[in-house]
Design a protein around this ligand. Structure first.
Ligand code: ATP
Ligand code: MG
Length: 562
């Protein structure tokens, strides 16, 4: 992280109930150092909800002088792969966090987890069960009815040890046997009704362990023990794991692990106008509703990055939403205002004409030009200035001219005057149209006496942006809107796919940028004056920049929906 002021704990993380627990644990001597972890499953790209968890876990470690591990929870090899592992590492780093040498995989512990399972069997706390998935469901009972004990529950320790070893050796087919904890089939908490600890999966090649195992531990078994092996003090997870906490504690209480982590739950981030479930994000990509995991409309970190979001804005957003146990739906406007604040302060200003209309300044000498200075930021002189090339032919935006202006229109009209931003006042003398009656060009006169001032007695209110026709840089600009047209896609039984916003991407191929934007590098961010904040896309070439709209200048969402 670069910004020292931003690192201040109170700014990074306003206080919350988890900080208070940690403060009490440190003050009371329960721990003298804290250790957290961020435990993604490498079955997709990280999204803004993960950012909440990353900022929380790494942020707490930073603030309290502790450590945060990056641990891949890789117990379900079917859906996991190395592309996801690498993208997750890149995204955590990009967000500004560092796990130093503490990169772990749950699969690193497979041998030890197996040993812990043997220990459970020896204690009479686990058994090999031969019920198939359907039978197991039937035996499990319901919320109102207790479960029934499996007929395999009371096997001898010796028999269990033998069968478990043979499961590992590959003697039994998928689904034919599981290892189950022996807890309580009558527990009101269904998670404690002899949960499965191990299942058999033949023929999968795990991205870390290859074909070494045909036996895979479940998440509920792996997670607490991995935490304990790593000396995690505070294991933070989302609320849906609250009911799993008794099982979490059961696991660490019943095997010889070196430490006793505490699980604490907080509410997950839900954001309007998008989806965050990995299944849906995967479908959006695999069914080509978007162009990839990094499509700028996706709520993924990769998508937000390509959209022009900064790590600082995402961290600031996470600080603003806070951490509680209350389920909530955060307004997209909150995320947008975080990036707008950052870019308002840091993005250099430029002029870009998105829908060009040619203007010929008939009284400006042909072949001549001028270099005009323009500051890069109205509120920050330190950002310097650049020069604009002025000449006889310029482009203005089509939207800045109206032949029949609506009431209150302050920009260019026939026989009217307008100021060109950072330049002169011009007057519209003639409107040139094509055979179909469409406006194709304006003939104007320029008053060279108006640079930086309004001559006496002239009230020119409107200011518009422009680009030199001779020196402008042709470009493509991609205007993005929210991916979904409704705040909670898929709610009320709808298929979320039917609620994709039809015009969430609009491509403007014939834009003109001021010459300072020639050779722009992907990832560079600017405010295009009067248009919004934009970032150069990786599709840019030196000859032809491609820009993505990050966010508009102000919140126009409400307006555009009317
Ligand atoms: P899956 O549906 O595959 O379980 P997941 O969203 O839970 O997906 P994980 O990779 O298991 O993804 O998540 C890693 C960590 O990020 C977990 O600790 C999880 O609680 C947290 N996390 C995931 N989604 C959110 C969210 N929307 N808000 C806050 N934290 C989240
Ligand atoms: Mg999960």
């Amino acid at each position: 992280m670069t910004d020292a002021a931003e690192l201040h704990p109170s700014k990074l993380h306003p206080t919350n109930f988890i900080r208070q627990i940690i403060e009490a644990d440190l003050a009371g001597g329960k721990h003298n150092r804290i250790a957290t972890r961020f435990p993604p499953e490498p079955n997709g790209y990280l999204h803004i909800g993960h950012a909440k968890s990353i900022v929380l876990n790494f942020g707490l470690a930073q603030d309290f002088g502790g450590t945060c591990n990056l641990r891949f929870d890789d117990t379900n090899p079917h859906k996991e792969n190395l592309e996801f592992v690498e993208s997750i590492k890149a995204d955590v780093r990009w967000l500004g966090f560092d796990w130093a040498d503490r990169l772990y995989f749950a699969s690193d512990y497979f041998e030890r987890l197996y040993g812990f399972a043997v220990e459970l069997i020896e204690k009479g706390l686990a058994y090999v069960c031969e019920l198939d998935a359907e039978q197991m469901r039937a035996y499990r009972g319901t919320l109102t009815e207790p479960g029934r004990e499996s007929p395999y529950r009371n096997r001898s320790v010796a028999e269990n040890l033998d069968l478990f070893a043979r499961m590992r050796a590959g003697e039994f087919p998928d689904g034919s046997r599981t290892l189950r904890a022996r807890i309580d089939m009558a527990s009101p908490n269904i998670n404690l009704r002899d949960p499965v600890l191990y299942r058999i999966k033949h023929g999968v090649v795990h991205h870390q362990t290859g074909s070494a195992w045909c036996l895979y531990p479940t998440y509920d078994y792996t997670h607490p023990l991995s935490d304990a092996l790593e000396g995690i003090t505070h294991s933070l997870c989302t609320l849906e794991f609250e009911d799993h906490r008794p099982l979490y504690d059961w696991c660490i209480d019943n095997v010889s692990v070196p430490s006793k982590p505490r699980q604490i739950e907080f509410s997950r981030l839900n954001l309007e106008y998008t989806v965050m479930s990995k299944r849906r994000l995967t479908e959006l990509v695999s069914e080509s509703h978007v162009q990839g995991w990094d499509d700028p409309r996706m709520p993924t970190i990769a998508g937000l990055r390509r959209r022009g979001y900064t790590p600082a804005a995402i961290r600031a957003f996470c600080a603003r939403i806070g951490v509680t146990k209350a389920e909530n739906l955060v307004e997209m406007a909150m995320l947008e205002s975080a990036i707008r604040d950052d870019l308002d302060a840091h993005a250099p200003r430029r002029m870009a004409v998105l829908r060009p209309l040619k203007v010929v300044l008939t009284n400006y000498p042909e072949g001549e030009g001028a270099q005009l200075a323009a500051s890069n930021h109205p509120k920050d002189e330190a950002m310097g200035s650049r020069t604009l090339s002025f000449g006889r032919e310029i482009y203005i935006d089509r939207g800045d001219f109206e032949e029949v202006p609506p009431k209150g229109f302050k920009r260019l009209v026939p026989d009217g005057e307008v100021r060109l931003r950072n330049a002169y006042v011009i007057r519209c003398d003639a409107v040139i149209k094509d055979a179909a009656g469409a406006v194709v060009e304006l003939h104007c006169s320029v008053d060279l006496d108006t640079l930086g001032k309004n001559p006496e007695g002239r009230k020119v209110k409107g200011v518009i942006h422009w680009v030199s026709a001779e020196h402008g840089v042709p470009a493509e600009v991609r205007l993005y809107d929210r991916l979904f047209g409704v705040p909670t896609p898929g709610a009320g039984g709808a298929d979320y796919r039917d609620e994709i916003h039809a015009s969430s991407l609009q491509i403007l191929a014939g834009c003109m940028l001021e010459s300072a934007l020639r050779g722009v590098q992907p990832g560079e961010r600017f405010q295009f004056e009067r248009e919004g904040y934009f970032v150069a896309d990786p599709d840019s070439t030196p000859e032809r920049p491609v820009f993505n709209l990050t966010v508009g200048l102000r919140d126009t969402w409400g307006k555009s929906q009317k």
